[in-house]
Design a protein. Structure first.
Length: 366
């Protein structure tokens, strides 16, 4: 005689016709549609996510579910199953006809897995597919996970199957009361404290920064065009606008955004200094152009590239005077800090470093 397995399936992204999908699921599991309300019929439970609940003999037929998911590309199948009689439970994630993740625990017993989360916890594979994707939202969900664990422990000790167990005769009732009171106080405190914690603006990731910058740029474009009394086309994000350019009047807006500047020191390796030497055009020096300096991913190396053929700060005489004055003061402070330091050679300018210090390295033969 087989032991029945309880199954809970969520199809992430399935938004309509759950009753029709339930029939399709019955065909996949049993080979025929089961009369409504039958023992093996698929029940639809609606909540935050529509869940399909059904029973199978022994473990669910993963091969049937993979075949079904092959026909529903792009919709992850999230299956959770358990059989307390045989002592196993697990989760599986199925996408596009393949099992892409699974976990299973076996070898424990007890009425309806009352203590399963304590003795044999399983890794949750579903949160990535069901929860929000940003770091801030996922961090907030981890707090809720911690609250859920404490609440689960409290509910286990209050469960009638535990209170009515024959093993309770050997337990310490006073200690049980103290434990329940402690869990209750802890749960209340955690819930209250978690309500005041937010990770928004704390855990910031590249997509959100990019999105914020993009929105800011769109706002500036709209503001500039509004000042010119023009209706400017700005396509919505992830949407295409079909346009045709006609041979009539056009204009350029010459006003450049103000320059924000400061004098700082930068440390470059000999290799990076060599790269600086190769960036100017013929007839230019390294002082005549603007650079972009970026740090490479997961390293301390810099990536150098030229952004403009002329140094922008030199175009404004008033600004150039301010920059040169501040740079001269920083140069004096620089020499004062490094003069007399062991192993430090000071040059009048970067050009001398490139010509006198790096040139011999280019001709050195190992």
């Amino acid at each position: 005689m087989s032991n029945d397995c309880s199954n809970y399936l969520i199809v992430a992204g399935l938004e309509d016709q759950p009753a029709e999908f339930a029939k399709t699921l019955e065909l996949a599991m049993y080979g025929s549609v089961v009369p409504h309300g039958g023992y093996y019929s698929v029940r639809v439970a609606k909540g935050r996510h529509t869940e399909f609940r059904f029973k199978t003999q022994w473990q669910p037929k993963l091969e049937a579910l993979t075949a079904l998911s092959e026909k529903r590309k792009g919709l992850p199948f999230l299956l959770e199953y358990s059989c307390w009689e045989s002592g196993f439970r697990g989760q599986a994630v199925i996408e596009n006809g393949h099992v892409v993740g699974s976990t299973e625990r076996v070898g424990y017993y007890g009425p309806a897995y009352l203590f399963a989360d304590i003795t044999h916890p399983i890794v949750d594979l579903f949160s990535t597919y069901l929860g929000p994707r940003t770091l801030a939202h996922q961090a907030a969900e981890r707090l809720q996970d911690a609250i859920k664990i404490v609440r689960g422990l409290k509910e286990t000790l209050e469960d009638g199957r535990f209170a009515g167990s024959r093993y309770r005769d050997y337990g310490d009732d006073e200690q049980l009361d103290r434990t329940l009171a402690g869990l209750t106080d802890m749960l209340d405190t955690m819930v209250a404290d978690a309500a005041g914690i937010s990770f928004e603006g704390v855990l910031v990731e590249e997509p959100s920064v990019t999105d914020t910058n993009a929105r800011a740029k769109v706002a500036k474009v709209n503001e500039r065009m509004k000042g010119l009394r023009l209706d400017c086309l700005v396509p919505d994000r992830d949407k295409a606008a079909r346009i045709a350019i006609l041979p009539f009047r056009a204009a350029t807006v010459g006003a450049a955004p103000p320059i924000e500047w400061e004098i700082r020191y930068v440390e470059l390796t000999p290799f990076e200094l060599e790269k600086v030497k190769g960036l100017p055009d013929e007839g230019q020096t390294e002082y005549d152009i603007d650079f972009v300096l970026m740090r490479q991913n997961h390293t301390f190396n810099h990536e150098l590239s030229r952004i403009f053929t002329e140094a922008r700060w030199k175009a404004n005489p008033e600004l150039a005077e301010q920059v040169e004055k501040a740079a001269a003061e920083a140069s004096v402070a620089f020499a004062a800090k490094l003069t007399g330091r062991p192993g430090v050679k000071i040059f009048d300018d970067l050009g001398n470093v490139l010509e006198k210090d790096l040139k011999p390295r280019r001709h050195k033969v190992a």
